[in-house]
Design a protein around this ligand. Structure first.
Ligand SMILES: Nc1ncnc2c1ncn2[C@@H]1O[C@H](COP(=O)(O)OP(=O)(O)OP(=O)(O)O)[C@@H](O)[C@H]1O
Length: 491
């Protein structure tokens, strides 16, 4: 066995994040770690990569016990973490990013480094130009730069924490091919994902965690997505969306010839027009970066528009927008605030949370406890800082706040990104229930199947324009996929 963990445990105060975790992976194999949000996956990976020290337990590399006392020590031992939130400096080139922090010599031969990096990129089919500036690269390629970075540091164990969450389907396919090549070359890979089909397709073996403990380790060829989901959650899970036709009401919201610029001032949304009715879900399908973020921000009122109109047709007293932004850490949450405080960010001046300019702690606490129960936010209490929650539980805090108070319009951008299968299914049901009570919903996702399952109509966005608005009942995956890639419709 190349990597072996023996009875690893880790507590945060009284909370046990990892309890007696043991598993092992052979060289040349891909091993998945699965588990619900908060099950302890990231904590375990942070232990293997030297960021945290376990309270007890041992780690072995090639049967020799090792002490991974820091991230630097992990790198020296050949363990490389490919971060989900990329740690690259956008203004620097690929080569500069890769050698940053490890080349100390006075006369740096940049050309030679570039050649070495180009050769390494070619060996694994990464297709990276070493002189390219990172800020000009799409997300999928930036991720490969992260992979190249750990390979350059001679990692033999690669850890990838939800690497496909931010990728397009084509980018996922390329990543899967790259990981297969890396494994075939003898590397050991640990892969975390909430996408069960992907785990079965790519990985050789899988360990399932539930509430900090191992519940099963198995080979992927002997299991199914349904079985894995049930092992993770501990009960039966419905993996498909069950949607009934909704009763569509009056037009409550319309957008005319909307133009919005991106952060650099370049038009990102061009002449978009549509109407949305009460009780309707309009899905927006598109490859990431085609203007979805700017459109969502503009509708939610957090980004200026250059041209066009956004109109609410309902009475001005009742227009509330629930906005689930794509980047929850930057826009959706104040990480240093508690769960309870984050849940009232847009209502803290109102009754019952504030009375005579004084915050009402019991009401705030009570509100938080109810929301935590309803949205299954896993934490020891409502006073825990959001920065200490797992990624999926942070997302649940945003959802709980934005869906509270029966908004007329919900703008949901990638609302299930980072959520486990159980939580994903709960969010789908919840949004459908909001629709059925009469909310209008804009459902923006790069996951085509999810958009198709959730929507009544589907708009395809390409280079900032709606190239088609289709009826979800009759549209096909092929047709939408073609439009998303800039093709035109047949017939
Ligand atoms: N620094 C910390 N302080 C306190 N609690 C923490 C800390 N880091 C993690 N936890 C807790 O440990 C538990 C496990 O978190 P972890 O991030 O490992 O989960 P995860 O399985 O990676 O979840 P997700 O799928 O949502 O990313 C969570 O309940 C989290 O709140």
């Amino acid at each position: 066995m190349y990597l072996r963990l023996e009875k690893i445990s880790k507590c945060f105060n009284s909370f046990i994040a990892n309890e007696n975790i043991s598993f092992s992976v052979d060289a040349g194999k891909i091993h998945a770690i699965l588990g619900e949000n908060g099950a302890g996956k990231t904590t375990l990976m942070n232990i293997i990569s030297g960021l945290y020290q376990p309270d007890s337990g041992k780690i072995y590399l090639e049967d020799k016990p090792v002490k991974i006392t820091s991230p630097n020590k992990a790198i020296k031992l050949g363990i490389g973490m490919v971060y989900q939130h990329f740690m690259l400096v956008p203004q620097l080139t690929v080569t500069e990013n890769i050698i940053l922090g490890i080349e100390n010599s006075w006369c740096l031969n940049l050309r030679q480094k570039q050649q070495e990096i180009a050769a390494l990129s070619q060996a694994y089919g990464l297709g990276i130009h070493p002189a390219a500036k990172v800020e000009n690269l799409p997300v999928g390629i930036q991720q490969r730069v992260e992979i190249l970075k750990v390979l350059y540091r001679q990692a033999k164990v690669l850890i990838l924490d939800e690497p496909t969450a931010v990728l397009t389907p084509t980018e996922v396919e390329s990543l899967i091919n790259i990981l297969r090549k890396l494994a075939a070359a003898g590397n050991t890979i640990i892969f975390i994902s909430h996408k069960l089909e992907e785990v079965i397709n790519l990985c050789d073996t899988v360990t399932v965690l539930r509430r900090g403990k191992v519940v099963a380790t198995t080979t992927t060829k002997d299991t199914t997505p349904q079985q894995l989901a049930e092992l993770m959650v501990g009960r039966e899970v419905v993996l498909q969306v069950n949607k009934f036709a909704s009763v569509i009401g009056e037009v409550i919201f319309s957008v005319q010839n909307l133009q919005v610029a991106d952060d650099r001032g370049i038009p990102a949304v061009r002449n978009v027009s549509f109407q949305l009715r009460a009780g309707e879900i309009l899905g927006i399908a598109g490859v990431d970066g085609n203007g979805q973020r700017e459109l969502a921000d503009a509708i939610a009122g957090v980004r200026n528009i250059i041209n066009g109109k956004i109109d609410f047709n309902s009475s001005p007293t009742r227009q509330r927008i629930g906005y689930i932004p794509e980047d929850r850490q930057k826009m959706g949450l104040v990480l240093q605030f508690s769960i309870a405080q984050n849940l009232i960010l847009n209502a803290f001046k109102n009754l019952p949370f504030c009375r005579h300019f004084l915050l009402q702690s019991p009401a705030i606490k009570n509100h938080a406890q109810i929301a935590m129960q309803e949205f299954d936010i896993r934490a020891t209490g409502e006073d825990i800082k959001v920065s200490q929650l797992s990624g999926g539980n942070q997302q649940k805090v945003v959802l709980a706040r934005e869906l509270a108070g029966e908004p007329d319009l919900i703008v949901a951008m990638q609302p299930t990104r980072g959520l486990d299968v159980g939580a994903t299914s709960a969010v789908h049901s919840r949004l459908l229930a909001e629709r059925d009570r009469g909310a209008a919903i804009l459902y923006i996702s790069t996951e085509l199947e999810e958009v198709m399952a959730m929507s009544d109509r589907i708009a395809v966005i390409y280079r900032g324009e709606f190239v088609a608005i289709l009826d979800a009942q009759t549209a096909t995956i092929e047709e939408i996929g073609l439009l998303m890639a800039g093709g035109t419709r047949r017939g």
